[in-house]
Ligand binder design. Structure first.
Ligand code: F0G
Length: 414
């Protein structure tokens, strides 16, 4: 029997690892499953010590956990390398969130500036491994930048479908610069997502959105790194911005696997935070996850401007099994949280700041406690959305008119 395979999350039907399949015949989503014996053959120290190696595959914050991600792919890995991002603590952010023990894992430190690199290295590796040459995705910007970079490295043709006029200039420029073909879709991310699935069916394009089960496997490594940092003593909460719910699903799978393998004794609770104008998951949560009602999404945090998240089926189970919560925050709350993160010197893109805004709200509601250990995931780099900064910044550029005396007065008044 193979040690790793694809499996339906609902009926348990299995598929060979190398089948190009995004959905079970029963209509449900697929995930990567593995022989639990794999968990016995590797130690925490081995994962850690690989960081000291000079090989890319070991230095990657994704592939150093390969036994828990996709061991069969490792010899083919298309890796930057990625991951091994920093984790920060800042007094002013703890004060803002009203939590004493508050941490920030900065996924904006990945090679293309977002957590997407972690999933993309695994999906593009799979494409290369099974001999595919044409890859594509729908994106609010970060997935497209990551795909463009990894496809360039692997020598694959990449097409990205983006909502026209609704992604930041920086992200679009990144995809173009790395050489991806960009198709601007009249409509929103959800329209682009439908198109991409059609192109996957009819045009021989390998879809690397998170419906592809290899993507979340890579994103699990965010959690592996967080838990490794805390010596496998789970924090009380992991707080994540939520759009298409790929991370929420991946995080749940990661904590469950570590828990079942006996590596952690306590499950951290997962808090998914949505923007109020893009909150179908929050609404469904409030309705005991009875069903997901797609909405027309609108928020200034364009990365999470998603009204019909494709990973709902996996994500709601994660909230249930980790005793998690779903929160919503307004664009104003996101803006204030972002400015606070930026002024602390850490910086992030707007969507990322919904995590801190969510913490503040959950503490105020008495759901999160001041003494609890909380880890926020900052999903994207501050430079990802400079348009948003310039629109909302209170710190305006001062113009030097050529009058030296006035300049000196200005400097003295700072
Ligand atoms: N934060 C950032 C910076 C993102 O780019 C995304 C998603 C999310 C949070 C939400 O993560 O979808 O796993 O719930 N961006 C996708 C993209 C949709 O196309 O770049 P999720």
């Amino acid at each position: 029997m193979n040690k790793e395979w694809q499996q339906c999350v609902k009926c348990g039907m299995t598929y060979d690892l190398n089948n190009v399949v995004y959905q079970c015949t029963c209509g449900s989503m697929l995930e990567i499953a593995r022989d639990p014996a794999i968990f016995q053959k590797i130690t925490k120290d081995q994962f850690k010590s690989r960081r000291l190696s000079t090989k890319d595959i070991d230095r990657s914050g994704v592939w150093r956990f390969r036994e828990f991600i996709c061991e069969a792919s490792a010899p083919h890995a298309v890796t930057h390398p990625e991951g091994n991002t920093n984790i920060y603590q800042r007094d002013e952010l703890s004060i803002f969130g009203a939590v004493d023990n508050l941490w920030f894992k900065h996924e904006g430190e990945n090679p293309t500036g977002s957590f997407k690199d972690r999933g993309m290295t695994v999906a593009v590796t799979q494409a290369k491994k099974i001999g595919l040459s044409f890859v594509g995705c729908a994106s609010t910007g970060n997935t497209s930048a990551a795909l463009a970079a990894y496809a360039a490295q692997a020598g694959l043709k990449a097409v990205v479908f983006i909502p026209d006029g609704k992604i930041s200039t920086g992200k679009l420029a990144q995809a173009l610069a790395y050489g991806a073909h960009c198709i601007a879709v009249q409509g929103d991310f959800d329209t682009a997502m439908t198109l991409v699935q059609e192109a996957g069916r009819d045009c021989g394009m390998y879809v690397v959105n998170s419906i592809n089960p290899f993507r979340p496997e890579g994103q699990k490594s965010i959690i592996f790194e967080v838990l490794e940092f805390f010596d496998y003593e789970s924090p009380d909460w992991i707080v994540v911005p939520a759009g298409n719910l790929g991370n929420t699903s991946a995080f749940g799978k990661a904590v469950l696997e570590l828990y079942n393998a006996g590596w952690i004794k306590k499950m951290p609770r997962i808090a998914s935070v949505q923007a109020e104008g893009a909150n179908p998951f929050f609404k469904s949560y409030k309705n005991n996850f009875a069903k997901l009602e797609p909405i027309k999404a609108e928020t200034y945090a364009t990365a999470i401007r998603i009204g019909n998240p494709v990973n709902f089926e996996k994500a709601y189970k994660v909230i249930q099994s980790t005793n998690g919560v779903v929160e919503e925050v307004t664009d104003h709350e996101i803006t204030i949280a972002k400015q606070t993160i930026d002024r602390s010197g850490i910086g992030c893109e707007p969507a990322s700041a919904s995590s801190l805004a969510g913490v503040k709200k959950l503490v105020a509601a008495g759901i999160m406690k001041k003494h609890e250990k909380v880890v926020c995931i900052l999903t994207g780099n501050i430079l990802k959305d400079t348009d948003a900064i310039l629109k909302s910044s209170t710190n305006a550029v001062k113009v030097f008119s050529g009058d030296l005396k006035k300049l000196k007065e200005l400097l003295a008044a700072l």
